[in-house]
Design a binder for this molecule. Structure first.
Ligand code: EPZ
Length: 419
């Protein structure tokens, strides 16, 4: 199994270009099921989760031309697609559940594996299923599969999500864009990736409109047009490099990211002492050795993202004073804490709160990565630690960060993969 070796305590310098967003690309790929016309997607990140979603689309009969090198995919669903998504594909990439909505909208039936839990939490899909039921589907869960069908075409409805869910919002946007009549979705998540999905569906002929901050009006259509679309940049990757600069007291130019979509993260980093300058789609950041402390909660967008919680925690370890992070989205997203403590951090957790003492000079150690964002947090800590840190079980990292070692090496990091 691959591992990473990091020889740290080097200030990162230079410029890094942000790749396409994994979490925008996944629902957009799922939405391609709606159409039989040619779809061209550009700026697709070359990461494992995207490859898994492409395998899933191929397994149901999509005709795909994929150029990893050019971050480009051409999809055309010439024949009738299968309506089955296997456990083998969904278990490694939970976003596989996003094919449920489009399969039901187009074919009125679907058998899709339930994704099951993962290291960060139980991650149920009840909100997806209950909302789809309001569009007229029936479902049963048998032996780990959702068996769903609808006798008639899905029918538009007024649906209010009882709780904010990124995935449920996405599944419902995709399904209702091919339902008869009009659907009103309220209490939607408004992550930039969801806006990207809406823009994509409209670009191929959908009729979706934001009619309130968290409310969408979706007029179902029967057919979509051929078109091409460019996936938005990855805001979590951008945020991760911002913290890499801050934690190594480096000086980085983050290129190709709309700063407005990471305003919360930028404001917090400024509060913590980083010097940040914005020039159009470029963010220049200079770290400091005088990091301030903060008490912060993760929250749905525009709040501070749970996907940046581990990375921020690494930076707060370097603050002069104590900080507190409350993880409000997932029930078990502190898997990085034990490993950071092995590197000399002083972090205690109680329930969903982490108390971070600060004043930590990370020490190199041998570590074990657990999930995608925990893995990258360990790299950030290793980058600021003197000596050689080895991070084992890094396959999670490849699920969501494009060419991370190459990008970090270009910035002066001493990092290598050992197979
Ligand atoms: C998306 O996951 C992202 N994944 C996650 O990114 C991200 O952490 C998460 O949103 C929150 O921002 C993709 O976009 C592919 P949710 P998702 O539904 O859609 C509960 C990463 O590192 N819930 O918004 O699965 C759920 O348990 C990943 O890139 C229900 O109770 O997240 C959680 O507590 C990890 N019932 C909360 O809602 C449901 O039916 C938010 O989950 C669905 C969710």
């Amino acid at each position: 199994m691959d591992k990473l070796e990091v020889f740290g305590a080097k200030k990162l310098k230079g410029s890094v270009r942000i790749s396409g967003s994994k979490n925008a690309a996944l629902p957009i790929l799922a939405a391609s099921i709606l159409s039989n016309k040619k779809i061209i997607l550009k700026n697709l990140p070359n990461v494992k989760d995207i490859q898994t979603m492409i395998k899933l689309l191929e397994s149901i009969g999509s005709t795909i031309k994929y150029s990893k090198k050019n971050n480009l995919i051409i999809i055309q669903n010439k024949n009738k697609l299968k309506t089955f998504a296997s456990y083998n594909l969904v278990k490694t990439m939970r976003a596989g559940i996003l094919v449920l909505g489009p399969m039901l909208a187009r074919y009125g039936k679907a058998k899709v594996s339930t994704p099951g839990g993962c290291t960060i939490g139980v991650r149920p899909i009840d909100l997806h299923l209950k909302a789809l039921a309001q569009l007229g589907i029936n479902y049963k869960i048998i032996d780990g599969y959702v068996h769903a069908y609808s006798k008639k075409k899905l029918k538009g409805a007024k649906i209010r999500f009882p709780k904010k869910s990124v995935g449920a919002t996405e599944n419902l946007i995709i399904a209702s864009s091919m339902a008869t009549g009009t659907t009103i979705l309220s209490n939607c998540c408004i992550e930039p990736e969801i806006k990207d999905l809406v823009n994509f569906i409209n670009c191929i002929g959908g009729k979706i409109k934001w009619i309130g901050k968290r409310t969408l009006k979706i007029k179902g259509v029967n057919n979509f047009n051929k078109n091409e679309y460019t996936i938005m940049p990855d805001r979590i990757e951008a945020g991760t490099y911002l913290i890499a600069a801050a934690v190594t007291e480096g000086n980085l130019k983050i290129i190709g990211i709309n700063p407005n979509i990471i305003k919360t993260e930028i404001d917090i980093l400024r509060k913590l002492g980083a010097k940040i300058k914005i020039i159009n789609e470029q963010i220049n950041i200079k770290g400091t050795n005088n990091i301030k402390n903060i008490n912060i909660k993760t929250a749905p967008y525009p709040g501070f993202p749970t996907d940046m919680q581990g990375q921020l925690m690494v930076l707060l370890c370097k603050s002069k004073k104590r900080s507190v992070i409350s993880e409000e989205i997932f029930e078990n997203r502190f898997m990085h804490v034990a490993e950071l403590n092995r590197m000399g951090a002083k972090i205690k957790t109680k329930g969903n709160k982490a108390f971070i003492e600060g004043n930590t000079n990370f020490k190199a150690a041998e570590l074990m990565a657990t999930d995608l964002r925990a893995s990258v947090s360990l790299i950030l800590a290793a980058l600021s630690a003197k000596g050689k840190t080895t991070i084992n079980r890094i396959y999670h990292l490849d699920r969501g960060y494009e060419q991370i070692e190459k990008k970090l090496r270009k910035l002066g990091a001493n990092i290598r993969r050992v197979s």
